[in-house]
Design a binder for this molecule. Structure first.
Ligand code: NAP
Length: 483
């Protein structure tokens, strides 16, 4: 069999890329390369450096089972702490030697005759690999709003996911477009020092309290005991899993969830008119729930204004709304999310017969348990279609995905085969089962980044995390065929 430059090439050095690298080593596969377009590791945590960026699940559950972190300073870790956690994992496992940073992969095609992936890098180099792991992350392509005149704005225009290190907005008139999880963290961070802050809301979101607390010396001492770290992690995983019930109509958990969001709004926003404007018209959980104690209070500051008149255009001086008002601004912050329908970011991936993943996904992305696509042998997606979660830590999905992919790789290696690919019928049956389960769910009752223009829900896993873990950790041999 022709030899490859690397046994495995991993695209992306975010959480899933790092997890894959560590687990490959544990499986005895040391011949791998991690290619990352950014100048550092971290993935979404490298990209999202806007003020106030934090994770919204408790840090013990936002840690890998094999890498507990006794250094968390808060229950909800902030972006710099998470980045340090990732750097620490890379250092402890000697991953630096396997990293190629600041390098983008522009093209990947499967050479069926050789049974190899051939990858084109941005600097013109070509490398080959037996297995290709695509861990780009579902939230990696910033989406700018399609508003007329956006480019005409003469002040400073920023996207939350590409926050420049020199952006000092203190004393400025700031506009924020968007009211999702990102805006809910940015707004409280920007509001106190702003001369004026206008938050342009197209759709309000449901907000839950953030049950944060500082981890003291005792917590950190205890967290160094492996049994304690494992216990706390397991406890949080169970608590979050219970929260999944809150997404099912008619359950006690759902009634509790509804009461919690309504109560939080009532407690934090005393002005009935503002409260009315902040009340969503869709069921809680349909869009990603926000966890914040300071978003509503920030909107109630004297310098803040919630603008609910729709945006007509961006002008050189600011934002023109449908009520005819021009909001003059020095800086316009777009917290408008990510292009989740086209996650490949212009990367051309072609499989058997030259068919591209873009073509296979022309309607919307789909994959067998979010992992493998028929006709794309030896290729594994991390956090692929329908593996997103609205109730728990995404790391709980990464670990079984990595196990699944490595088990497939080992099967090819041990059986002396050239490649492994998911069977079209297994993929179709699994995809249909997921879509059937999503039909009529609460996620169908609003528009969100979980859905495409046709309404198909392509991003979220409909069930409990334990169901996913059970189905994915050990690949069903009958679902795959080998060449
Ligand atoms: P998002 O949830 O997609 O929110 C984008 C916001 O921009 C929405 O409010 C949207 O309004 C608005 N918007 C988009 N285009 C617009 C336009 N043309 N005019 C007016 N408004 C427009 O994006 P995000 O807040 O960046 O969050 C994305 C995901 O990242 C989250 O759901 C979460 O999974 C993750 N995240 C997590 C954390 C964390 O704490 N761990 C923090 C940030 C982000 P509509 O709702 O009307 O579309």
């Amino acid at each position: 069999m022709p030899s490859a430059d690397f046994e495995v090439v991993i695209l992306g050095a975010g959480m899933s890329g790092l997890c894959m690298a560590v687990q490959l080593q544990r499986a005895g596969i040391h011949d791998f390369l991690v290619v990352e377009k950014s100048a550092g590791i971290g993935g979404t945590w490298w990209d999202n450096r806007y003020p106030g960026a934090q994770v919204d699940v408790p840090a013990p559950a936002y840690s890998f089972s094999f890498a507990p972190n006794p250094h968390w300073t808060h229950r909800f870790a902030d972006a710099p702490e998470i980045l340090r956690y990732q750097q620490d994992i890379a250092a402890r496992h000697g991953l630096q030697a396997h990293l190629r940073l600041g390098q983008a992969v522009t093209e990947a095609h499967f050479d069926a005759a050789a049974g190899l992936w051939r990858l084109g890098l941005a600097d013109g180099q070509q490398i080959s690999a037996r297995f290709f792991v695509c861990s780009l992350g579902p939230l990696s392509r910033p989406r700018w709003p399609d508003i007329p005149g956006l480019d005409s704005f003469q002040g400073r225009r920023l996207h939350s996911a590409r926050w420049p290190a020199d952006a000092d907005l203190a004393g400025r008139r700031i506009g924020v477009i968007g009211t999702g999880s990102t805006a809910a963290q940015l707004v409280p961070a920007l509001a106190p020092a702003a001369a004026r802050l206008s938050v342009f809301q197209r759709t309000p979101n449901w907000v839950l309290p953030r049950l944060d607390r500082r981890y003291g010396a005792l917590d950190r001492w205890l967290a160094r005991r492996p049994w304690y770290a494992a216990l706390v992690r397991r406890a949080w995983v169970q608590v979050l899993e219970l929260g999944r019930r809150g997404f099912d109509e008619g359950t006690l958990a759902r009634r509790g969830l509804q009461a919690a969001v309504v109560g939080h709004l009532r407690r934090q926003v005393k002005d009935p008119i503002l409260r009315e404007r902040l009340t969503p018209r869709y069921p809680v959980g349909c869009k990603r729930i926000i966890y914040s104690n300071d978003y509503y209070p920030a909107l109630s500051l004297p310098q803040s204004e919630l603008v609910t008149s729709a945006i007509r255009a961006v002008t050189p001086r600011g934002v023109l709304t449908e009520d005819g008002r021009e909001h003059e601004l020095d800086a316009l912050v777009c917290a408008t999310g990510f292009d989740t329908v086209r996650p490949l970011a212009g990367l051309r991936v072609s499989g058997l017969d030259g068919r591209t993943l873009d073509k296979a996904w022309s309607n919307s992305p789909s994959a067998y348990f979010g992992l493998t696509v028929p006709g794309f042998p030896n290729c594994f997606l991390m956090l692929g279609p329908n593996t997103g979660t609205g109730h728990t830590s995404t790391l709980l999905y990464i670990e079984p995905q990595v196990q699944h992919a490595i088990a497939c790789m080992q099967r090819v290696r041990q059986e002396g085969r050239r490649w492994i690919t998911v069977r079209a019928d297994a993929f179709a049956a699994q995809d249909a089962a997921v879509q059937q389960r999503l039909a009529g769910s609460i996620w169908t009752q609003c528009s969100s980044w979980y859905r495409n223009d046709d309404g198909r829900i392509f991003a979220i896993w409909p069930g409990f995390t334990r169901e996913y873990v059970k189905a994915v950790s050990r690949p069903d041999p009958a679902a795959y065929e080998l060449a």
